[in-house]
Design a protein around this ligand. Structure first.
Ligand code: CU
Length: 474
């Protein structure tokens, strides 16, 4: 199996903004996190609910809003929520992942204070600890443009969150126990669309109108393909970047990725299949939802449309076709193409290789041979209170070592305002997703084979998308 790689450029900049005038609006959320019975695939299992809901409630916001989210943990184990795609500006301790912040103990609460400063787009939140994500606790995040900022397409007649993901009938505690006993995850039992199994979810449209879908892959492991019977999908936004408006018959979403598509209900009035199927798996898992015209003359008919299954090149070509719309506004009115990332010198190259293996009889995953273990004190707290000895800078190498997997609290430094090239290398036999919490990066290249310095000749240094999650192919 040849190595495959993807390359990201990222600026390690933490900018200080001077905010003049009135404060930006506040939005308050009070969330209670509980266990509850759910039956998404027809059998009872323990889900994680937010205010009684599975999936959790959407967060609707506008650029620059302050989000105050008070989370009560009514589970019997520690809990954290991570806000995928919400950028951190000197507040990485608000991004709920082990290492930057303390877990919320059972019976306690924590109030997240976030600002979606200079952001637009479609994202989602999810629980980051203890395999909770396999039980729910996720939901959509949308950040709308401010009223006077032009958006490069007319207001859609409807705007729907679509959370898709592979799913297991087993409780998250059972799945966790399987990894801890040294086994890998089994093949999933199905695919959920907005928390519902095959045929469960439906979306209502009026004939002739155009709708926006904000689709996120909130699953555990599998790349998914999304399509609508007899309808085309126009891609308009990827994780906060307005894209060239290319039309596709189906779209791949790899784990953790979010995209917005527009479609027009321009077909004869009836119901149609919305199909989500697994990529690069044998067998192929398929699930459906229903697109329902308000004047529908009848139920879905015909077989659900097929999509790509094991074709890697198809997926790579589609990924390469996703480009930034250089003449469209982002969070601000100036076209974002004025940011010439391709002209900035990179001062450092980091190569990260993922691997899987057993450590002390448990199934573990590693980056440059290090499988992360949390320190007793979250790293940002150690920084804040100037506690020495919690972690070592440089406890992970800038390049793959080829050595076996070992446990450590891996911490890599970076220079303030440096511009960094990151090469992701995958020699496992499944697609990997890499996500950078609190930052975005430009995905400038993606290809098979071993990365070399000559690979730079093929970089897209003009209109790559800035996003927070990239796939690295098998
Ligand atoms: Cu994140």
């Amino acid at each position: 199996m040849p190595l495959h790689s993807a390359v990201a450029l990222i600026c390690a900049t933490v900018s200080l903004f001077v905010i003049a005038g009135a404060e930006d609006p506040y939005r308050f959320f009070n969330w209670n996190v509980t266990y509850g019975d759910i039956f998404p695939l027809g059998v009872r299992q323990t889900g994680i609910l937010i205010n009684g809901q599975f999936p959790g409630p959407d967060i609707h916001s506008v650029t620059n809003d302050n989000l105050i989210i008070n989370v009560f943990n009514s589970l019997n184990e520690p809990f954290l929520l991570s806000w995928n795609g919400v950028q951190n500006r000197r507040n990485s301790y608000e991004d709920g992942v082990y290492g930057t912040t303390c877990p919320i103990p059972p019976g306690k609460n924590f109030t997240y204070i976030l600002q979606v400063k200079d952001q637009i787009g479609s994202f989602y939140y999810f629980p980051s600890l203890g395999f909770h994500k396999a039980a729910g606790g996720f939901g959509g995040i949308r950040i709308l443009s401010r009223p006077r900022i032009p958006v490069p397409f007319p207001d859609p007649a409807g705007d729907y969150t679509v959370l898709i993901g592979d799913w297991y009938k087993a409780n998250h505690t059972d799945l966790r126990a399987q990894l801890d006993s040294g086994r890998k995850l089994p093949f999933p039992d199905g695919i959920l669309i907005n928390g519902r199994g095959p045929g469960g979810a439906s979306f209502n449209v009026e004939q002739g109108k155009t709708y926006r879908l904000r689709i996120s892959n909130v699953g555990l492991q599998n790349s998914l393909n999304f399509r609508i019977q007899n309808h085309k999908l126009k891609l308009v936004e990827v994780e906060g970047t307005h894209t060239l408006q290319t039309t596709y018959s189906s779209i791949d979403l790899h784990l953790g990725q979010s995209m917005s598509v527009l479609f027009t209900a321009d077909q004869p009035a009836q119901d149609y299949y919305i199909v989500v199927s697994s990529r690069f798996t044998n067998p192929v898992l398929t699930s459906t939802a229903t697109l329902r015209y308000s004047n529908s003359a009848g139920p879905v008919s015909g077989p659900p449309p097929g999509g790509p299954t094991i074709q890697v090149d198809w997926s790579l070509n589609q990924a390469r076709s996703i480009r930034t719309n250089l003449t469209a506004s982002g969070p601000r009115p100036n076209p974002q193409g004025s940011y010439h990332y391709g002209l900035i010198n990179t001062t450092r190259t980091i190569r990260l290789a993922n691997s899987a293996g057993q450590v002390n009889g448990k199934q573990r995953y590693a980056v440059n041979s290090v499988s992360f273990v949390p320190a007793d004190t979250p790293l940002k707290l150690a920084d804040f209170f100037k506690i020495d000895g919690v972690y070592r800078i440089g406890s992970i190498s800038d390049n793959p070592t080829g050595g076996g997997i070992y446990l450590d609290t891996s911490v890599m430094n970076s220079d303030y305002r440096s511009f960094i090239e990151i090469v992701f290398q995958n020699d496992e036999d499944i697609v990997q997703s890499w996500h950078l919490d609190g930052y975005s990066f430009f995905v400038v290249g993606m290809d098979g084979g071993q990365w070399t310095a000559a690979s730079r000749n093929g970089y897209n240094l003009r209109d790559a998308v800035s996003r927070c999650t990239t796939q690295v192919k098998l």
